[in-house]
Write a protein that binds this ligand. Structure first.
Ligand code: 13P
Ligand code: 13P
Ligand code: MG
Ligand code: MG
Ligand code: MG
Ligand code: MG
Length: 385
């Protein structure tokens, strides 16, 4: 039996701004998934949130991109959005970009990460979910997990991992993917994924046997909608242990609160702060960009767990550093590189401002003429002298 783990997420509206999912919307989504479970469409499910993003973690045997599973998720979001509207929550229905469902949720707004696995005798997984950032935010930690022996000693000392991993990297602008081998093509890989707004790690396979080790949700809402409608707060599913990164190696990759785009108005760089489920609320400057991690064992499709992976004093120093970086970045105010470059901003006021000022821009040569006339007036002094 093959088990599929589908994590489908969407922002359907939130309490007091882009802050936190309301429990009543989670209850509405839960009702839909419970019904699907009672009909044996789903084996199991777990609903959670990070900030204003509602996360549906589902297991079944129907494979990736299954119409019924996706329709269930879509209906859960619709029901949750209905409650969000009734409660007057902010940005109700934010990520539901279409009025009707057509086959699967790809391209309709929600983010999707799915992995079909032949369950190992023990199938440990970690699901990392972030708010106020975008899919490329996982490039750096996934690189560390699956390609950096300073993070993951298993790459050196576990014979199954020693042959490395294959990274499937998507160019989100061209809609083309390339597979690169680590460690053989490490520098080519880094040349691409170092531009995380464009080149996003989508899947990682173990080189020895092509076992799928990790998947990332890769929707870019701005590319779908043609304009920026919100950063695509991402999810990644990582399989663990026994020839894959150990749980602790996966978590070690998040000990650097690296700078990611998103945060306030989807237009600023800030540190990705790993927090417990309890602290998965966007607060300061609508952030800082937040990450939660849940650990499960999957057994016959059942989700055993979760364990709240960052609910741990061992991550206090990471959070302290993230807060220091937050202070430092914030002091740049509206200046880059705290603010994103214009093409990556969620707001597109710049063309309007440029249009307004159009007639007041002078050619450089004209500017000199203006300067010269001021200068010659100054030299001749006030008239009458
Ligand atoms: P065990 O010896 O408990 O199997 O742990 C191995 C491991 O992966 C530790 O990181
Ligand atoms: P979300 O993408 O999480 O909805 O955040 C939008 C925003 O503008 C936060 O300031
Ligand atoms: Mg929102
Ligand atoms: Mg969000
Ligand atoms: Mg969003
Ligand atoms: Mg967002």
């Amino acid at each position: 039996m093959k088990t599929t783990i589908s994590v489908i997420k969407a922002d359907i509206g939130s309490l007091a701004g882009h802050h936190v999912v309301h429990p009543d919307t989670m209850a509405a989504a839960s009702k839909v998934l419970a019904e699907a479970k009672s009909q044996s469409l789903l084996i199991d499910y777990y609903i959670t949130h990070v900030g204003d993003d509602l996360e549906l973690i589902m297991t079944h045997t129907r494979g990736e991109l299954d119409t019924k599973v996706h329709e269930t998720a879509w209906n859960a979001f619709k029901e949750a959005a209905k409650v969000a509207k009734e409660l007057g929550l902010y940005a109700a229905g934010q990520d539901l970009l279409s009025d009707s469902f057509s086959g699967n949720v790809r391209g309709l707004g929600p983010g999707v990460a799915e992995i079909e696995v032949e369950e190992r005798p023990s199938e440990p997984i970690a699901i990392f979910m972030a708010d106020k950032t975008e899919p490329g935010a996982f490039n750096l930690p996934l690189y560390k997990m699956f390609a950096d022996p300073f993070n993951t000693p298993g790459l050196v000392i576990d014979p199954t991992m020693h042959n490395g991993f294959k990274f499937e990297v998507l160019d989100v602008y061209q809609g083309e993917a390339v597979v690169l081998n680590a460690p053989q093509e490490l520098y080519d890989l880094l040349a691409l994924i170092g531009t995380p707004s464009r080149y996003v790690i989508r899947r990682i396979y173990r080189s020895e046997d092509n076992l799928l080790g990790a998947v990332v949700s890769i929707e870019r809402l701005n590319l779908i909608a043609g304009k920026y409608v919100g950063k695509d707060d991402p999810v990644t599913i990582v399989r663990l242990q026994h020839g894959l990164p150990a749980l602790g190696e996966a978590l070690e990759a998040f000990t650097l609160p690296h700078l990611v785009p998103g945060w306030m108005r989807g237009s600023h760089y800030g540190p990705l702060i790993p927090v417990s489920q309890r602290d998965a609320r966007a607060t300061r400057f609508d952030g800082p960009p937040r990450l939660i991690g849940l650990g499960f064992n999957v057994k016959n499709g059942k989700l055993v767990g979760p364990s709240d992976l960052f609910d741990d004093p061992a991550f206090d120093e990471v959070r302290r550093l993230a807060n220091t970086i937050t202070d430092y970045m914030r002091r740049h105010g509206p200046f880059m590189p705290h603010r994103l470059e214009p093409t990556e901003m969620e707001y597109t006021t710049l063309p309007i401002i440029l249009e307004k000022l159009r007639s007041r821009f002078k050619k450089e040569s004209d500017v000199y003429k203006v300067k010269e006339s001021i200068y010659s007036k100054e030299k001749s002094g006030p008239s009458g002298d």
